[in-house]
Design a protein around this ligand. Structure first.
Ligand SMILES: [Zn+2]
Length: 266
C-alpha cells in the first residue's frame, strides 16, 4: 500500500505571492483536484487512521489519501473546506500558533473556525509557535532548548484553545535537523516533511530528500525525488513522512492525476 499525501497553505492569494509565483492555487483548482481524487475512488484519512494501520490495529479504505494543510490560513476554512465537504473529504491541519494571537487580522482563521473544522472530523497537528527554520534554531542552540520552547508553547496553545494535545508535527519550510527530530520524537507520534524539490537544508548543509528518507534511486525529471519517496508506506520513517506541495510538482492536473495513480501500482 502506498498512500499519496498532498500539502498546501490554502489558496494562493497574497498579492506579494501572486507576483512572484506562476502556479496559483485558486478555489477552482481545488474543485478539480478533489474531483480527480474522488473520481479515482480515493478516501481521505487522518494521522490517527495512519497510526492504526501502521501498528496493525486498524484498516484503511482501499484507496486512502491524505490532504495536509499548514498554517491557519483563512482560505482553508472559507474556501477549501466547503469544497472538500461536498466530496466527503477531511483535512489534516498543522497550526503554527502565533498567528492565532493576531485576532484583528482577517488573513488567519480564529479558534472558533478551527473548532468547527475539528467537529467536522479534521485532524489537528502542531507546526511550532513562531515558525522558525529548524536548522536555524538548531544552530543557534545545539542543546535543543529553543526548539523545545517553540514546540511546548504551540502545544500549550492548542490544548488551551481546542482541548487537543497534538500527536503529530509538521516541520517548518524545507529544513531538517537531527536536533529538531530528536525533540520532535520525544513529543509526537509522526513528523512530516514537505516536498517542493530534490533537496533539504539541514544543520550539516544541503542533502537530497531521497537520502534523508533512505529511498534509493535517482531524482525524477520533474525536479523532485524518486517516485517511491513521495508516498507513505508501512516502512516510511515515522518522523520523515513526505508530502507533495500542490503548487509545485503536482500542480498540473495531469501530474496530480499521475501522482494519485502512482499509488495504485504495487
Ligand atoms: Zn509552515
Amino acid at each position: 500500500m502506498r498512500i499519496p499525501i498532498t500539502m498546501c497553505h490554502g489558496t494562493s492569494w497574497q498579492p506579494q505571492k501572486v507576483k512572484r509565483q506562476k502556479n496559483l492555487l485558486t478555489a477552482g483548482r481545488f474543485e478539480r483536484y478533489f474531483g480527480i481524487a474522488s473520481e479515482l475512488g480515493f478516501q481521505s484519512i487522518s494521522y490517527d487512521d495512519l497510526a492504526e494501520w501502521r501498528n496493525g490495529t486498524g484498516d484503511l479504505p482501499q484507496r486512502p489519501i491524505m490532504f495536509d494543510f499548514d498554517h491557519p490560513d483563512w482560505s482553508i476554512g472559507k474556501l477549501i473546506w466547503p469544497i472538500m465537504q461536498r466530496f466527503g473529504f477531511k483535512g489534516n491541519l498543522f497550526v503554527n500558533t502565533s498567528p492565532m494571537e493576531k485576532t484583528e487580522n482577517w488573513i488567519y482563521m480564529k479558534w472558533d473556525q478551527l473548532r468547527e473544522l475539528v467537529s467536522d472530523g479534521w485532524h489537528i497537528g502542531a507546526h511550532t509557535y513562531r515558525h522558525y527554520r529548524m536548522d536555524y534554531l538548531a544552530k543557534k542552540d545545539p542543546s535543543g532548548g529553543l526548539i523545545r520552547e517553540e514546540l511546548q508553547k504551540a502545544d500549550e496553545m492548542l490544548e488551551e484553545n481546542l482541548g487537543i494535545v497534538p500527536l503529530d508535527f509538521a516541520f517548518t519550510s524545507t529544513t531538517w535537523s537531527q536536533i529538531a527530530e530528536d525533540e520532535v520524537k520525544k513529543r509526537y507520534r509522526f513528523g512530516r516533511l514537505w516536498i517542493i524539490g530534490t533537496h533539504y537544508d539541514t544543520e550539516k548543509g544541503r542533502v537530497r530528500f531521497a537520502d534523508l528518507v533512505g529511498v534509493p534511486g535517482a531524482d525524477e525529471e520533474d525536479g523532485g525525488p524518486p517516485g517511491a519517496a513521495r508516498y507513505i508506506t508501512q516502512e516510511t520513517h515515522p518522523y520523515r513522512l513526505p508530502s507533495m506541495e500542490l503548487e509545485n510538482l503536482i500542480f498540473e492536473y495531469d501530474a496530480f492525476r499521475a501522482y494519485l495513480k502512482g499509488a495504485l501500482k504495487e
